[in-house]
Design a protein around this ligand. Structure first.
Ligand code: C2E
Ligand code: SIN
Ligand code: SIN
Ligand code: FE
Ligand code: FE
Length: 450
């Protein structure tokens, strides 16, 4: 303990007899003493039974501290103590709110951090139990999010329908619900009744409001009657604001996450649907799509394409011939070779793919394969006649896989080639139709898979 202020400034506080200071601290009682020609008084600053500090006074007159004066000083000291306690309380409340803020912000899952936040809040308010209830705007109900100091059977019993209870009142009115003693509450409310049977008496429900939206309710419970004074409500409101803000923030995050999940699954369903549509149209190539996307993935892994590219590549492979949906059956399923006119139409299929897929934002990254899989290394391909490394790697890679699988499958216009002939073709076309590096890796891959 140290003196935080003295007057006059050069006054030496150590001149209080240590025994006097000791006694005041121990018994929390005012002590008047005399030392030679001087006298003094040491007054304890007590707030709600807690010793906050001491006030020491000295006089050069031995008889200075008469009972009337002491009573007057005592009254003054009590007033000063209340101020001091408020200052200290406010500092504590700010610190608690800060701690809760840090706690809730450093976590991804609010539910994991809330119990510790409630510990801080019950610590500050000396409450024996606390809950956080979240308002669910869809069901317009309160759900118990976290509880401290309540047995699970109490939780189960009361918080099945918290809306009917005191917290519900607070949520509905957006007002604090203060109950000094649950045992004497009139008229009886079943929740209050149950809580008081569990030994709780003081009760406070505090609405959590952020940006004018009701986020939930905090409840604090004491095992003794508790009159929540306005000052205390101020203190709690600091922490309540922080918690309300976090509830809103996580609600937004959860919502985003959910929408994202929905989008991903919609998107996967879209791809599946599209590639199935393709197989329905072009029965002979059934299995081709699946085979080429598997082979393309293996080749990508072998060529050290970064893992984050794999999904994009796979989507691109699944959708590579989606543009054939725009090709008339008479051409697509024609048993013989194509006329120059028909061939012109057939060569549109990569551009058709682009126009089908480009509006689907989530598939934009997967467009390279559908658009460029018929480009050739020597620049004689379509639709753009790109040369060499101008062709995106995924399309260079996919072209080899695609042609190999096409050649080794039956087509309406010719029967399947033997494997050896297809391999021979790839080797021959390395550096002409295909990237030589990709052909080399692909032939190694075929060896590996044997
Ligand atoms: P597809 O049947 O899936 O063939 C994909 C690619 O594999 C072809 O792209 C080509 O590079 C290669 N390929 C397939 N079969 C042969 C072949 O017998 N010989 C050689 N050297 N390469 C072959 P391409 O040429 O751009 O053709 C694109 C699509 O156009 C083909 O997909 C197919 O649907 C259609 N198509 C190509 N030629 C004919 C044809 O003579 N008759 C019919 N009906 N359709 C054809
Ligand atoms: C497909 O199933 O991918 C379309 C047919 C083909 O590319 O051969
Ligand atoms: C085409 O795209 O029409 C032929 C190559 C392939 O099967 O994708
Ligand atoms: Fe194609
Ligand atoms: Fe294909």
């Amino acid at each position: 303990m140290q003196w935080i202020a003295t007057w006059p400034e050069n006054f030496d506080p150590v001149s209080y007899p240590p025994s006097v200071l000791g006694e005041v601290i121990q018994y929390k009682m005012t002590k008047i003493f005399r030392a030679g020609n001087e006298s003094g008084g040491v007054f304890p600053l007590i707030h709600q039974g807690e010793l906050l500090g001491l006030l020491g006074l000295k006089s050069a007159k031995a008889t200075y501290f008469q009972p009337g004066l002491v009573a007057w000083i005592q009254a003054y000291v009590d007033m000063a103590t209340t101020d001091l306690a408020h200052e200290k309380g406010r500092a504590d409340a700010i610190e608690t709110a800060h701690k809760i803020n840090r706690l809730l912000h450093s976590t991804r899952k609010l539910q994991d951090a809330l119990p510790s936040a409630l510990d801080l809040l019950t610590g500050m308010t000396e409450a024996d139990a606390a809950t956080v209830l979240r308002f669910n705007p869809a069901s317009r109900r309160l759900d118990l999010l976290a509880a401290r100091g309540l047995e699970s059977r109490t939780q189960a019993k009361i918080y099945l329908y918290p809306d009917d209870g005191l917290a519900g009142q607070s949520a509905e009115s957006r007002q604090t619900v203060k109950i000094e003693d649950l045992q004497t509450l009139q008229p009886a409310i079943w929740q209050a009744d149950y809580l008081s049977k569990e030994g709780f008496r003081g009760y406070l429900a505090f609405p959590l409001i952020c940006n004018d939206n009701l986020q939930g309710v905090i409840e604090l419970l004491w095992r003794r009657p508790k009159n929540a004074v306005p000052l205390m409500l101020d203190d709690i409101s600091r922490s309540a604001e922080v918690i309300a803000y976090s509830l809103e923030r996580t609600l937004i995050l959860e919502d985003l996450q959910r929408r994202n999940d929905e989008l991903t699954s919609t998107c996967n369903a879209t791809i599946e649907g599209l590639s199935r549509a393709l197989e329905l149209r072009d029965l002979e190539t059934e299995g081709h799509t699946r085979r080429v996307s598997e082979l393309a993935l293996r080749l990508a892994a072998k060529m050290d394409v970064p893992a984050e590219q794999h999904e994009i590549l796979q989507q691109g492979a699944l959708l590579h011939d989606i543009g054939k949906l725009g090709i008339p059956d008479a051409i697509l399923l024609k048993p013989g070779s194509l006329t120059p006119q028909e061939w012109k139409v057939m060569q549109q299929h990569p551009l058709y793919a682009y126009s089908i897929l480009a509006p689907i934002v989530s598939l934009r990254e997967s467009l390279d394969i559908p658009l460029y899989h018929h480009e050739r290394w020597d620049g004689s391909g379509y639709p753009y006649g790109l040369v060499g490394e101008q062709i995106p790697l995924s399309a260079q890679l996919f072209a080899v896989v695609d042609v190999y699988d096409a050649l080794t499958s039956d087509r309406p216009y010719r029967p399947a080639w033997p494997r050896s002939q297809a391999i021979e073709y790839l080797r021959e076309q390395a550096g002409i139709q295909f990237s030589p590096v990709v052909v080399k890796h692909f032939l190694e891959l075929l060896e590996d898979l044997k």
